[in-house]
Design a protein around this ligand. Structure first.
Ligand code: SF4
Ligand code: FES
Length: 266
């Protein structure tokens, strides 16, 4: 084990591909990781990658084998806690559901040189930076409605039989509060805007609790709120759980217009 912050020098001495004793193929893959608080700003690491290796696995390997000081957030390892959002090769993604070999195959399909190719990883934008790839999610939660309901009735698939003993299912909202939408939104980077995750949460709350419309709709009826959206739709493209925040923003806009046309019918 080395405590060197970079292991790039090892790269040229190692075969790029080999097999484990059980015959599983292993590929040495180079990573370029943002380390903004360091003088060199970027760290280069070469990591042994198997077919199932995710980006979180690779970061954990670097932390265990090369540099214990590498900072990143993660918890569940299966796309549900929302803590491992990062910018990977310029795309916002969850590190735990990003398979490294998919990135390698994409690069090869795009004709990138095998030896010089590196997967570039940066922290999410528009949130305060804690160190390396770790960001403070406070910015994300700032504009969620107060006392929002995190549960909703679950839908049953068409034709499925709902067990009789369970009168009503409840499930958590789809949003895992990962912040990918807020990081990808060009408006959030340019001006004060509540952002897609918070606005989507407002719409869900108003939909579940129409009696709160009179309280909540005025809170988003501004250029900081729903009228600040320029419809780039990046939020809906990057959302890993199919929330489609842009759709919620449009629905909120329609609800606000309706309450103005038909005052009292909220
Ligand atoms: S709306 Fe989607 S991208 Fe945005 S925080 Fe929620 S899960 Fe993440
Ligand atoms: S570690 Fe939980 S979503 Fe990635």
């Amino acid at each position: 084990m080395s405590d060197s912050p970079q292991n790039d020098s090892q790269h040229n001495d190692q075969p790029q591909e080999f097999q484990t004793l059980s015959g599983e193929p292993v590929r040495m893959v180079r990573f370029r990781i943002a380390r903004p608080q360091r003088e060199e700003k970027w760290g280069q690491y070469v990591v042994p990658v198997k077919g199932h290796t995710t980006l979180v696995d690779a970061l954990e390997w670097i932390k265990s084998n090369i540099d214990l000081t590498l900072m990143f957030r993660h918890s569940c390892h299966h796309g549900s806690c929302g803590t491992c959002g990062m910018i990977v090769n310029n795309n916002q993604a969850l590190a735990c559901t990003t398979r490294v070999m998919d990135l390698v195959e994409e690069a090869e399909a795009a004709g990138q040189d095998r030896k010089s190719f590196a997967i570039e990883v940066r922290p999410l934008q528009t949130m305060d930076h804690l160190g390396d790839l770790a960001v403070d999610p406070a910015r994300l939660f700032r504009d969620f409605p107060r006392d929002a309901d995190y549960l909703r009735p679950s839908e049953a698939n068409k034709g499925s039989e709902v067990p009789q003993e369970i009168a009503e299912y409840q499930r958590f909202e789809n949003c895992i509060e990962c912040g990918l939408c807020v990081s990808s939104c060009p408006v959030v980077t340019m001006r004060d805007f509540m952002g897609p995750a918070g606005l989507a949460s407002y719409n869900r709350e108003v939909t579940k609790h129409p009696e709160r419309s009179g309280e909540l709709l005025p809170q988003v009826d501004s250029d900081r709120g729903v009228w600040g959206c320029d419809r780039h739709l990046a939020c809906s493209q990057v959302c890993p759980t199919g929330v489609y925040p842009a759709k919620h923003i449009v629905q909120l806009q329609k609800k606000i217009k309706k309450t103005k046309q038909e005052p009292g019918k909220e």
